[in-house]
Write a protein that binds this ligand. Structure first.
Ligand SMILES: [Zn+2]
Length: 257
């Protein structure tokens, strides 16, 4: 019973953070404040009452429309709230009530915001990734899962390796392949998860990214150069590394014994 209540709390807390992420996703790329003004309808500017601002539930109760002007509410809102709520639950189940839960959930929440912003705008805001590197480094001082040195190596390898790939890509194809945003994102991933997870994240995201790229080409007949942002794949790779990294690395090492 107690476990169940804790899980419910993790879901509710996650949904609330998801609601905050929606604000960040809409405002950070426009360099607006995430505090002022309060939530308002993007069309009629009416401020949204607290009872119309309940994650997921308000979206359904309002019939997916603004109460005042009837403007449709984007599916992004309940989707981000739902995914963040589930992420909170999964991180909680994995790590229990601990600093690890708080730091890793903050990490996954940052990745969710980065993914959606990158999908919309093809940018990864420095205001998320750069403080994220600092928070990851701080976490290594508190968490039993990672040492400070491992976090430092993660930052260096994450920042360094992708910088190298980007430079080679630019030199070969004479155009921008991976942005500076991806490099800072991978440094943040390294700060939270350590250097081994950086390698795993690069492998996983390249694999999933290539499969998706080929699928898009086959389905839409588009050139592979048609820009698919890489941030969402790095984020997905990082989440897989967070939950299954240890198991994947052990399995791989066992294979090669
Ligand atoms: Zn409105």
């Amino acid at each position: 019973m107690e476990t169940f209540l804790f899980n419910v709390f993790a879901v509710i807390f996650g949904a609330m953070i998801g609601s905050f992420l929606n604000v960040c996703i809409c405002r950070l790329p426009r360099e607006e404040s995430i505090v002022f003004p309060g939530s308002h309808c993007p069309r009629c500017q009416q401020s949204i009452r607290f009872y119309d601002n309940i994650p997921i539930i308000s979206y359904l109760l309002l019939g997916r429309k603004c109460r005042h002007c009837g403007a449709p509410i984007s599916i992004q809102y309940p989707l981000v709230e739902g995914i963040t709520a589930l992420s909170s639950l999964f991180v909680f189940i994995q790590f229990g009530l601990s600093w690890s839960y708080l730091f890793y959930f903050a990490f996954v929440a940052a990745l969710i915001a980065i993914t959606v912003i990158d999908l919309y705008h093809q940018i990864i805001p420095d205001v998320i990734s750069l403080p994220g590197i600092g928070v990851g480094l701080l976490a290594s001082l508190v968490l039993p899962q990672i040492t400070f040195l491992n976090s430092i190596f993660g930052i260096l390898l994450g920042g360094g390796s992708l910088f190298l790939v980007a430079t080679i890509y630019h030199w070969l194809f004479k155009r921008e392949g991976m942005g500076g945003g991806d490099i800072k994102l991978l440094a943040m991933i390294g700060a939270f998860l350590g250097w081994k997870a950086v390698i795993l994240t690069i492998l996983l995201s390249s694999l999933i990214g290539s499969i998706t790229g080929i699928a898009v080409m086959l389905l839409k007949g588009k050139d592979f150069k048609y820009a698919i942002p890489f941030g969402p794949f790095l984020s997905l790779g990082a989440v897989i590394s967070l939950f299954y990294g240890g198991r994947i690395i052990h399995w791989y090492l066992d294979l090669n014994r």
